[in-house]
Design a protein around this ligand. Sequence first.
Ligand code: ADP
Ligand code: MG
Length: 251
Amino acid sequence: MDASMMSDRPLVRVEHLRHLYHKGSVSDLLVLDDVNLCLKENEIVALLGRSGSGKSTLLRIISGLLPPSGGNVEIDGKPVSGPASEVAMVFQSFALFPWLSVLENVEIGLEAIGMASDERRARALAAIDLIGLDGFESAYPKELSGGMRQRVGLARALVVHPKVLLMDEPFSALDVLTAETLRTDLLDIWFEGRLPIQSILMVTHNIEEAVLMCDRILVFASNPGHIVAEIKVDLPQPRDRQDPAFRDIVE
Ligand code: ADP
Ligand code: MG
């Protein structure tokens, strides 16, 4: 394969994806039907859709947590057949272990990889520092604000250095100002090239958030879930996203 073909190859490819939930005696629920999408390197893409349209189901399938009823998912050219370190997920409800400290919650992201404990510790501390939690390593989730808990969720995902970061409504449990701060901090480190990832797929039902953060927006319709529109967001300069004039347009 030559270099040009390599660069054209999508990082995530979803083809003809279909998913049914079995409902026991009731008829099965078709949640996703013929979902097709590609995610390239260096892209942040939003998946925008109503609650119940199947967005979380789609992310669970891409992350390998849920086997689909039909269709294909490939990450970097390899079929997904279960959870793998190429993909990491950030959850709306943070999903932290309350009995573990910040450092332990982040390190646990590396446990499955079988890394030596010194290296695990160093990687976890670097992720904690990157996401702005320096000094909170020994704190417990209940001692932290919502925004800081989600920073722990992000650090735990980033610590594995996944190729793709999936975020399922990562800011929707936070108040407006906290969400904005976290979004801005995340974009800053993304544009500085300090995030150890190659692309982000983010679920949201907030159009402003999608426009401010993403290069493309995939609009998801329900019953069954499928993509009905794709919007390109053309903001070449990262600073423009924070520009008050631009913010007036979106608000
Ligand atoms: P979204 O994230 O867009 O809100 P979900 O993927 O969570 O949508 O859910 C899509 C549909 O599938 C909903 O109707 C939901 O009730 C149903 N659903 C989700 N998870 C399950 C499950 N484990 N078993 C059965 N039905 C489910
Ligand atoms: Mg959801």
